[in-house]
Every structure is written in C-alpha cells, then in structure tokens.
Design a protein around this ligand. Structure first.
Ligand SMILES: C[S@@+](CC[C@H](N)C(=O)[O-])C[C@H]1O[C@@H](n2cnc3c(N)ncnc32)[C@H](O)[C@@H]1O
Length: 271
C-alpha cells in the first residue's frame, strides 16, 4: 500500500477543472501559487534559481480511473497511457510550469494547468537533459494539434512564395498589422496587405528564401531573403502569432528608404 502526503496545495485562478484553458499559449499569463505546507518548506531551499519546475499532483476532482480516454479532438478513443486524461489509474498529474519566485514557502508559478485546490505531491527542478527536441514524435497528436507559432510562420512564408497573397492572407488575423520601420509605413488589415503585395510593381515573381525561423509560443523571428529577380534584400521579421494566425509583424529591411508614393493609399505613417 502506497500512501502519499501532499506537500502543498495550488491556488489557481481556474476555480474548476473545466475553466483551465486547453492550450499552453492561452494560459501563458496565468499566475498562481503553490502553498507549500510548513513542514516541507525547508525542501524549497535552492530551488529559486531554476526557471521551470516539474510538479507531480493529484487530479483530486476526477472521480473515475479509466483505461481509455476520448481526447478533445475528433480522433476516437485512445489508451489512457497515450493521453494526459485526468481520468486515469492513480489520478496523477504531471506538469512543467514556469517558476517566478519563492517567498515564505509560497512558490509563484505561471503557465500551469491545475485547478484551484489541487494537491501537489512533489516539486522538482526541470532539467531538459537527454531528449533532443528534434527527436520527439507526438504520435496521434501530430495530426490534430494546432500548429505551433513557428509552424504557422513557416506556412506564411510558404504561402508568400506561391505569390497568391489572398491565400497568404488567410493566415492573418482580421486586425493584422504589418510595420516597416525602415520606410516608416504601417499596413492595417488583410485587404491592404493583399493590395500592397499585388499592386506594388515587381520585376518578376517574388521569392522568399527562409534562412532561419525561431521562436516561442507566440513570437517568431525569421531571416528571409526576398527577391523579385531584380530587387534582392534580406529582411528580419518579428511575427506575433495568436490562435493559429499572425496578428502583427514588424519587418526590418536592410536600409532606410522613403515610403513609395504609389502605395501611399494602402499605408499609414508609423510616426
Ligand atoms: C489534460 S490534463 C493534463 C495535466 C498534466 N499536465 C498532465 O499531463 O498530467 C489538464 C486538465 O486537467 C484538468 N484538471 C486540472 N486540475 C484538476 C484537478 N485538480 N482535478 C481534476 N482535473 C483537473 C483540467 O481540465 C485541465 O485542463
């Protein structure tokens, strides 16, 4: 018989399991705490220099222990060990969360998926050793997971390469904003984005050669060579992605240049 004692309890803005946002990007700014019980607080010494912690916790609001689960995607039933379902043998949850600070036995955390009152069984520093992110396969999830911010931006450049700018604009949010600080121009909305790309005179088809594309859950930076066969430039673009679409881009061209007059009707000055 294994008996476990919680070392602390989660105080979370998510009052119910059902109010925990499903995707990490939607929880990115959620702040909460783990109140570590006084008899365990000595164990927190030296933890505060780590950026992330692993939490082992109990799905205390789950009432069933099942061997199959139906994930919240249209993929049918899966073996419970191929899911992170809360209804599982032993009802144990495991989460990697951001560690903000520790004060008086209270561990301040961000970006977590536990409901208020969740008992915490153990806390460990997160050490990303031994697994190369490029080697990780996500099984059945690969087909259904919303694309990452990096994948969304890679798809954006792939669509730009088709020169079908309406197709590219399908990946833009309604209130999309593109800024070109070097020419002091701002383009608002999908329609202006499409028009700027279609109307602006080019010497041939535009090509977009992506050298690097790196980012986190929401922000992605790309280094792209852009050419129409005659003009050749390399641009650094900061893209802000939310809900699988691009909301904002700030694009740095190599040099300052005056805003072209023939697209003035599609842009506004930055300052
Ligand atoms: C899919 S599970 C994954 C949990 C953990 N990251 C894991 O992999 O074990 C996360 C969901 O569990 C539910 N949940 C959170 N806290 C819970 C609790 N204390 N009892 C039961 N369900 C909970 C919420 O609905 C949350 O969205």
């Amino acid at each position: 018989m294994i008996q476990l004692q919680p070392v602390g309890v989660v105080h979370s803005p998510f009052a119910e399991p059902g109010s925990v946002p499903r995707y990490a990007a939607e929880r990115a700014n959620a702040n909460g705490t783990i109140e570590v019980f006084p008899e365990y607080r000595e164990g927190l010494k030296d933890l505060d220099s780590f950026s992330h912690v692993v939490l082992i916790w109990r799905f205390h609001r789950s009432d069933e222990e099942l061997l199959t689960a139906t994930p919240p995607y249209d993929v049918g039933m899966k073996g419970v060990f191929a899911t992170r379902s809360p209804k599982r043998p032993n009802s144990l949850g495991l989460s990697v969360v951001e560690l903000e600070r520790i004060e008086d036995g209270i561990v301040h955390i961000r970006n977590f998926d536990m409901a208020d009152g969740t008992p915490v069984l153990d806390i460990k520093p997160y050490i990303p050793d031994g697994v190369d992110a490029d080697d990780v396969k996500l099984g059945w999830l690969e087909a259904v997971r919303p694309p990452t911010a990096v994948a969304t931006v890679q798809e954006h450049w792939r669509r730009m390469q088709t020169n079908d700018f309406s197709y590219a604009a399908e990946l833009l949010a309604k209130d999309f904003v593109l800024e070109w600080p070097l020419s002091n121009e701002r383009i608002r909305g999908k329609d202006n984005f499409i028009a700027v790309n279609e109307e602006y005179p080019a010497n041939g088809r535009w090509t977009f050669d992506v050298h690097r594309c790196v980012g986190n859950a929401r922000e992605v930076v790309t280094d792209v060579s852009v050419s129409d066969g005659t003009i050749k430039a390399r641009a650094i673009t900061f893209s802000y992605v939310e809900g699988g679409v691009l909301r904002r881009q700030v694009e740095y061209w190599p040099e300052k240049y005056p805003a072209p007059k023939n697209r003035a009707h599609l842009v506004e000055p930055l300052e």
